[in-house]
Design a protein around this ligand. Structure first.
Ligand code: ITT
Length: 195
């Protein structure tokens, strides 16, 4: 089965391609603009992006929207993570956290699936709890990976390989939910014909 992916983040594409392969899906990135509404709610952002993309592409596709939510910053940057990363970056977030003891945070991911044989857009969610490190560590991954330590680990996401990160990450969890749903519903939605 083939699924198209609307994203301009090559690292995100790489992580999703690994997850798709494990699910027997060929993931094909398409370079069209991803229209994102301004909303604090990831599922709204993903639903809208997938709907708009599907209107122009008319093929089975997914979009993935994600964000880092820091408890002591009242869940900032959340759905604004991409913009905050590009502006103040990892160092900026660490500065906001200077002297802050409560370093609890979580990543959330929403994958939205749209396809011609599907009634409406279907969404899948994943999240991972963890903490904000005192200093950036590691060179892998992207975005806020160097400062995120998932619960039960001492290493940051940036110190993990793709497979290890995917096994615990918000994106891995959301994609596995999509994979399970497709397996269970493929016949009903005629997904074997998706190209
Ligand atoms: P596309 O919209 O083109 O897919 P993007 O990077 O802008 O790419 P989002 O709009 O979903 O994607 O923004 C999510 C931001 O949240 C991302 O740019 C990172 O800064 C951060 N983020 C999300 N998942 C992350 C992860 O697994 N590791 C590190 N940072 C992550």
């Amino acid at each position: 089965m083939r699924l198209y992916l609307v994203s301009r983040n090559p690292k995100k594409v790489e992580e999703l391609a690994h997850l798709a392969k494990a699910c027997g899906i060929e993931l094909v990135p398409i370079d069209i603009p991803k229209v994102e509404i301004q909303s604090e709610i990831l599922v709204e952002v993903a639903l809208y992006s997938a709907t708009v993309a599907h209107l122009s592409v008319k093929r089975p596709l997914i979009v993935e929207d994600s964000g880092l939510f820091v408890k002591s910053l009242n869940m900032f940057p959340g759905a604004l993570s991409s913009y905050v990363y590009k502006t103040i970056g990892v160092r900026g977030v660490l500065k906001l956290m200077e002297g802050v003891e409560d370093r609890e945070a979580f990543f959330e991911s929403v994958i939205a699936l749209a396809a011609p044989t599907l009634d409406g857009v279907k969404t899948f969610r994943g999240s991972v709890r963890g903490r904000i490190a005192e200093e950036p560590r590691g060179t892998g991954g992207f975005g806020f990976d160097p400062i995120f330590v998932p619960e039960g680990y001492t290493t940051t996401f940036a110190e993990m390989g793709i497979e290890e990160k995917n096994a615990v990450s918000h994106r891995g969890m959301a994609f596995r939910a999509l994979c399970r749903w497709l397996l269970e519903n493929c016949e009903r939605i005629a997904c074997e014909g998706w190209t």
